[in-house]
Design a protein around this ligand. Structure first.
Ligand code: ADP
Length: 282
C-alpha cells in the first residue's frame, strides 16, 4: 500500500555518453515521514506540560494571598515538571538505544544485579503507591538489595545470570517494565520480578495484577508514543516511550521482549536474553 517514489538521475559515463538512473527513494521518503511524525509527537508531548506550567504559575500569581491554594498549585507545577523531565530522560534513552554504536553488547553483565538496580530506581514510585515488589531468582525469593543477601543465606552465583550486554540498556529496559507495572497497578498491589535460566537464555519476567492491556492493543504498545488510554496514561505520568525503549534495547542484544496480558487481571512482560557463552555451557 506504500507508494513507490522514483528519482531520475542523469550521470555521465564518458565525454559522449550519459546514463539515466532511476533510484527508488521510497525508503528514504518513509524514513522522512517517520521522522516528521516523531518530531510532531515530541513537540506535542513537550507543549502539554510546559503550557500547563505556564498556566499554573499564572494562577499562583493570582492566588498569592491564599497559602493553601499556593501549595496546591505549586504541587501541580512540580508534577508537570516531573513529567517534562521524564520525557526528556526517555528521549535521551531512546536516542541511546537507537544509536547502535553506543551499545556495547560485549560487557559481561550480571543480569540479577542489573534487575536489582532497576527495581531500586523505581523504589520511590513503588513506595508512593504502597506496592510490594518481589524478586525471585530460580524460584527463590531474594532480598531486594544484594548486601543483605551476603549476610544471609548464600544467593545464586552471579555468573548464573551472566549475559553479554550493555548494562545501561538492560537496566533501563527492566526499569521501564517495573515502572509500568507499578503505574498500571492499584494502590497496595504487588509486582513480581523473576529471573530464571532456560536453556541458553536468561528469562526475566515482570508480572503485575493491574489493569491489563486489551488484546487489540497488545501489538501496538511497543510503538513510540502509543498509549492504550492517552488521558489516563498522561494523568499517571507516562511518556508513551518506555516500552519502545525497552524493546529496542533488548533486541539490540539479540534478545526478545514479549507481552501476555488479560484485561482486568494483569500483565506479564518477558525478556529473553542469550546467556554469555561460557555461562550458557555450565
Ligand atoms: P507510558 O509511558 O504511557 O507507560 P509505554 O511505552 O511504557 O508508555 O507503554 C505504552 C502503553 O502500554 C501505556 O500507555 C499503557 O497503556 C500500556 N501499558 C504498558 N505497560 C502496562 C502494564 N504493565 N499494564 C497495563 N498497561 C500497560
Amino acid at each position: 500500500e506504500q507508494a513507490t517514489h522514483m528519482r531520475v538521475r542523469i550521470g555521465g559515463i564518458d565525454d559522449d555518453s550519459y546514463a539515466v538512473f532511476l533510484d527508488d527513494v521510497s525508503e528514504q521518503r518513509r524514513f522522512e515521514e517517520v521522522r516528521r511524525d516523531f518530531v510532531t509527537n515530541v513537540s506535542h508531548e513537550l507543549k502539554t506540560p510546559s503550557g500547563a506550567i505556564a498556566l499554573l504559575a499564572e494562577t499562583i500569581g493570582d492566588a498569592s494571598d491564599d497559602p493553601e491554594a499556593v501549595r496546591y498549585f505549586a504541587g501541580r507545577i512540580m508534577k508537570e515538571s516531573e513529567r517534562l523531565s521524564q520525557l526528556v530522560h526517555h528521549l535521551i534513552d531512546l536516542q541511546h538505544v537507537q544509536d547502535m554504536s553506543a551499545i556495547q553488547v560485549t560487557q559481561r553483565v550480571d543480569a540479577l544485579a542489573a534487575v536489582r538496580e532497576a527495581i531500586a530506581l523505581d523504589a520511590t514510585q513503588a513506595q508512593a503507591k504502597s506496592i510490594a515488589v518481589q524478586l525471585t531468582a530460580d524460584r527463590r525469593v531474594l532480598p531486594l538489595d544484594a548486601a543483605s543477601e551476603a549476610h544471609g543465606e548464600a544467593g545464586p552465583h552471579a555468573e548464573a545470570f551472566e549475559v553479554l550486554a550493555d548494562r545501561e540498556s538492560l537496566t533501563t529496559a527492566v526499569r521501564n517494565l517495573v515502572e509500568n507495572a507499578i503505574r498500571y497497578s492499584p494502590q497496595h498491589g504487588s509486582v513480581a520480578v523473576t529471573l530464571e535460566r532456560a536453556g541458553s537464555v536468561v528469562r526475566i519476567r515482570v508480572v503485575d495484577q493491574g489493569i491489563g492491556i486489551p488484546k487489540e492493543a497488545q501489538q501496538r504498545i511497543f510503538e513510540r508514543f502509543y498509549r492504550v488510554d492517552a488521558a489516563r496514561s498522561r494523568a499517571t505520568g507516562g511518556s508513551g516511550l518506555g516500552l519502545s525503549i525497552a524493546k529496542h534495547g533488548i533486541e539490540e542484544h539479540g534478545g526478545t521482549l514479549g507481552v501476555w496480558s488479560h484485561e482486568g487481571f494483569g500483565s506479564t512482560f518477558t525478556i529473553e536474553m542469550p546467556l554469555a557463552p561460557e555461562n550458557a555451557a555450565t
